[in-house]
Design a protein around this ligand. Structure first.
Ligand SMILES: *Cc1c(COP(=O)(O)O)cnc(C)c1O
Length: 369
């Protein structure tokens, strides 16, 4: 049987919650969106949470309410999903990439500092694979240079840095509730913040810029509303998030134990101050004794799905090359993109499946395939 890279973990609870919405007749702007926002803010430890219809909308909203626009520069990582950088372009600002750390593949604060100019307005960090970026160092930089810190936590619901949860590590944070994420509702997103102004502006931005009290329009906004049907699913998911996260961490530990010492493969690093929630469990192949693409093909033949996040750093796509980027600009990202392979780590995979996958990887590494 095919072992899938990702699988939604839905139970009767989500179905019951969705039925409540359908029976109520209040499909939009009802109680479930509010419930989700309140429980997610409580979970993150933030004052405010604002639900929107996807993670990209959350990012766009965050950039907009931080008043980032034409002439501003935002520093971000080239080793991420395209939505991170596109949200900067949506506001007409300039995307400035900074290379990543060799261990975590998250944005490197030293590289960030080198890219700060008089036009820099914000740093947009990504918690890649579920491992929070280095918020201690990034916060020092934003304080020193008076910048806004924005977190793309699309892959990191419930992760922690120094005992503080994602969502509460930056001035404004963005989550995705897309079908494959650690917590999901098919399509959805959430913004969290402790800044009341950002919260108010986000509520307006998702609803055509309309003030909550009456039909008054002060600024441009969009239709980024989440439905109560989706919010109902997300509420059920949030109730199970800790349990599912524990399962992901268990799966990752099992992988790392079984793959420890396998020639040609490095297991993921977790920094000591971090709680990693393993949206992806990503090994790094040396491309000498173990070639990433060959291992991927081999696993596929054994009915095992794997993923490459990301095959090409953003600056090498024609979309961003237009801004003058070229090969050699971000060597760590370019090197890592050829070597990473994500293995199935979702909560529904069994210990036995993980043992099977590791046996295949061992055999491949030893040339026994
Ligand atoms: C999934 C993801 C997004 C976008 O979320 P959508 O809900 O798909 O719009 C943004 N950034 C990162 C890092 C993601 O993984």
């Amino acid at each position: 049987m095919l072992i899938r890279l990702s699988q939604p973990t839905l139970s009767q609870r989500e179905k019951d919650l969705v039925n409540e919405v359908l029976d109520s007749g209040l499909l939009v702007q009802g109680l479930k969106v509010r419930d989700l926002e309140e429980s997610f803010a409580r979970y993150c430890g933030t004052q405010f949470a604002i639900a929107v219809n996807n993670g990209t909308a959350a990012l766009h909203t965050a950039l907009a309410v931080a008043e980032i626009g034409v002439g501003d520069e935002v520093i971000t990582t080239p080793f991420t999903f395209v939505a991170t950088a596109n949200s900067i372009l949506m506001q007409g600002a300039k995307v400035v990439f900074a290379d990543i750390e060799k261990e975590t593949f998250n944005i490197d604060p030293e590289e960030v500092e080198r890219k700060i100019t008089a036009k820099t307005k914000a740093i947009l960090a990504v918690d890649l694979y579920g491992h929070p970026a280095d918020y201690l160092k990034l916060r020092e930089l934003t304080k020193k240079h008076n910048l806004i810190l924005i977190e793309d936590a699309a892959q990191a619901h419930g992760a922690e840095c120094c005992g503080v949860r994602t969502g509460n590590l930056a001035d404004i944070s963005c989550f995705s509730l897309y079908a494959t994420k650690n917590m999901m509702c098919a399509e959805g997103g959430i913004i969290t913040t402790n800044n009341e102004k950002f919260s108010e502006l986000s509520r307006r931005f998702r609803h055509h810029g309309q003030s909550e009290t009456r039909y008054e329009y002060n600024d441009l906004g969009y239709n980024y509303r989440l439905t109560d049907i989706q919010a109902a699913i997300a509420i059920g998911q949030l109730e199970m998030l800790e349990k599912y996260t524990q399962r992901r961490i268990h799966n990752a530990k099992l992988y790392s134990n079984l793959l420890n010492g396998v020639q040609g493969i490095a297991t993921p690093v977790t920094k000591s101050e971090v709680k990693h929630v393993f949206h992806q469990y990503t090994i790094t192949c040396d491309n000498l004794s173990v070639k990433r693409d060959n291992l991927r093909d081999y696993l596929k033949k054994q009915q095992i799905e794997s993923g490459v996040y990301y095959a090409k750093p953003l600056h090498l796509h024609s979309h961003f090359r237009k801004f003058g980027y070229q090969v050699g600009d971000f060597l760590v990202s370019e090197n890592i993109a050829n070597r990473v392979l994500s293995l199935p780590v979702h909560p529904l995979i069994s210990d036995r499946d993980i043992e099977t996958i590791c046996t295949h990887i061992c055999n491949f590494s030893k040339g026994l395939d």
